[in-house]
Ligand binder design. Sequence first.
Ligand code: CS2
Length: 438
Amino acid sequence: MLHLGLGNFFRAHQAWYTQHAPDAAHWGIAAFTGRRPDVADALRPQDGLYALITRGPDGDAVEVVGSVVDVHSASASEAWLRYMCSPQLAVITMTVTETAYRHDPHHPDVAALRHDPAALVRSVPARLLGGLIARDRAGTGPIAVVPCDNLPANGDRVSQVLRELAAQVGPEAERAVDRTATFVNTVVDRITPRADDADIRTARSATGLTDTAPVVTEPFTEWVIAGEFPAGRPRWEAAGAVFTDDVSPFAQRKLRLLNGGHSLLAYLGSIRGHRTVAQALEDPVCRAWLQRWWVEAAAQLTGPGLGLSGYQAALLGRFANPRIQHRLDQIAADGSQKLPVRILPVLQAENATGSHSSAATQVLAAWVCHLRGRGAPVNDPHARATDAGGPLTAAVPRLLRILDPNLGMDLDVVAQVVRQAEAIERENGEPAFEGSLS
Ligand code: CS2
């Protein structure tokens, strides 16, 4: 297997499932970082081994994960192409965050691939496409591309982005996509906060080994998968993965209830002075908004076997796990890419039926206030704090347009977000991070 986006979530999820498959001995993952080389640098001297700390409400369980057999930084393009051409390769998984699923027709990678499919390219779609062209030339047969990011129909999205890029690069590239890849849709779930120095000590005392990059995760895990694997795959189902024909009901349940709830708590909770999800959940105001969001979002979810009330009860337990220090600033990052997936579909469906959402617009209002310098520091390349200044009546439509061009023109939504943002600003005093407005 190849993995693109070597980070904590992958190590708590796809690598864990692969380790726990009954045929694990036949599989190994060569993992490449998405951008920064840090995790590859940390894991190389450890031969790819690391401690996974599963942190339940009552204690930790520590295991050494051995399914990652080779690690590389994003710039190791020769190694990437070598693996891509290998007859042993069967599956590529990827965790590259919401921001990587875009095709920019003006990106320099387009011209680079046109001249040389083996060119050193940076963007995720170009790295995949260059690899598929190399594989097609090598004639080593089709493989499965398995995206594992929080987007609906993530496999279809990658397929579409690759086909758009291939159309610009040329007929050989288009053929390579058709002949060498299937695209698999997935839903992934496991809360994986950043580890700290105390976790390094926990790993050492449990294993007797020094691990500079352990991973902390919660006991819950979910992987729902739909698609074809032309060259085979580990028996992940024996480790708990669910194979189905259509992941979309599961995706909507997870993206709206869990991730939408997270985004609400990240903005409103950090504005109200909280640092972690569990702390925000103890605040009755945050908890009440979370419940309102869940009522609105759940009303739109359909599909047999979703078990929504049980799912929400379990989510409350997961969010409240006091031993998981899931920081709100980590979740607040990249809101411009997350809210269109997590919040807007609920708002749009409500508007279409003439009923008026207040929890969806409350999340948008809290995001606006966050961009205006309240709560967690802003970390989003696509929505700068400089867009957020001035009177709310001007800033709100400007910011909503970043999420969806039509939203900024919906006068009812704009008016409601302005009202809710005014209330949040009134109730929470001066911004804590005024500097981020400049
Ligand atoms: C979170 C997710 O950071 C975020 O935006 O909502 O990373 C969340 O923890 C995972 O999707 C849980 O599976």
